[in-house]
Design a protein around this ligand. Structure first.
Ligand SMILES: Nc1ncnc2c1ncn2[C@@H]1O[C@H](COP(=O)(O)OP(=O)(O)OP(=O)(O)O)[C@@H](O)[C@H]1O
Ligand SMILES: [Mg+2]
Length: 258
């Protein structure tokens, strides 16, 4: 299992510094929180890690691998998966098909065979369907397996995204505001699922605006404001930090989504 290490990372968009000199770590088996107001740079950080944006300066390592300039598919193959703040599903495909796509992304050698209709490919498709259904069980979504993904409630669509990310069996997973738009019961269920992922030895980076959710789940929390890390530590340490109270807790409640 690998530790994700962010080392003095910066990102500029033209003259705008979206991230400045950010260092942090996500060890295996831990749920690490990342909080901060709108525009703090949280999503930018995930986009840099996963190869969707190019790094301006600094390094990103995953275990022994330097992924600073690695393209997205290399990062994914190294065992890093993510979800998107804006849900990206095949809305007209079924829930189980959306999850199966996650498996095919990992095992793309077999997709040619399945296109050609080989018998081994049929068997493989059945196996992948079974594994997708097992993930649906874990996320308590089995009863929605054959529904059109786009017809689901927002919270359920988020779960489909998470299952698709988990289908690649990542050793570390980055969740961008996974409980946005969910009620407390749904968020609590997801919290249990995240704990399970960490117990299996996976690293979890949890970007959230819901402070209660973060403080309940995380061992270690980082706080970003205007692209800079202004605090880190245990949930109790960061939530009592004066800069955090001013920068984050002091500001009016944000809108969900984004
Ligand atoms: N592709 C881009 N081009 C130009 N500026 C960008 C781009 N992506 C992000 N930014 C800017 O970088 C800053 C950080 O944005 P980012 O989306 O990372 O914030 P965030 O912490 O995820 O906010 P939110 O809580 O609203 O999701 C913002 O000022 C944003 O406008
Ligand atoms: Mg964001």
């Amino acid at each position: 299992m690998n530790t994700l290490v962010i080392d003095h990372l910066s990102k500029h968009f033209g003259g705008v510094a979206a991230l400045s000199d950010v260092s942090m770590q996500v060890p295996p088996g831990r749920i690490v929180g990342l909080i901060g107001p709108n525009g703090a740079g949280k999503t930018t950080l995930i986009n840099l890690i996963t190869g969707l944006l190019t790094v301006s300066s600094g390094r990103i390592r995953f275990g022994d691998l330097d992924v600073t300039h690695a393209p997205a598919h290399v990062v994914a193959r190294a065992g890093l998966a993510r979800t998107f703040q804006n849900i990206r599903l095949l809305t007209e495909a079924s829930v189980v098909d959306n999850v199966m796509i996650g498996f095919y992304r990992r095992e793309h050698s077999s997709s040619l065979a399945s296109l050609l209709g080989l018998r081994s490919a049929h068997r493989e498709t059945r196996e992948i369907r079974d594994r997708a259904l097992a993930l649906l069980d874990r996320f308590e979504m089995r009863h929605l397996a054959d529904e059109e993904a786009g017809s689901l409630a927002y919270g359920h669509q988020r779960r489909v995204e998470m299952m698709r990310a988990m289908a690649s069996d990542p050793s570390t997973v980055l969740f961008d505001e996974p409980v946005a738009g969910m009620n407390d019961v749904e968020a609590g269920q997801l919290g249990d699922i995240f704990r399970g992922l960490a117990l299996e030895g996976r690293g979890v980076l949890l970007i959230e605006h819901n402070i209660r959710f973060v403080t309940r789940l995380c061992d270690h929390v980082y706080v970003l404001d205007s692209g800079r890390l202004i605090a880190e530590g245990t949930p109790a340490e960061v939530t009592s930090h004066p800069d955090v109270i001013t920068a984050y807790l002091g500001q009016p409640r944000r809108k969900e989504g984004g």
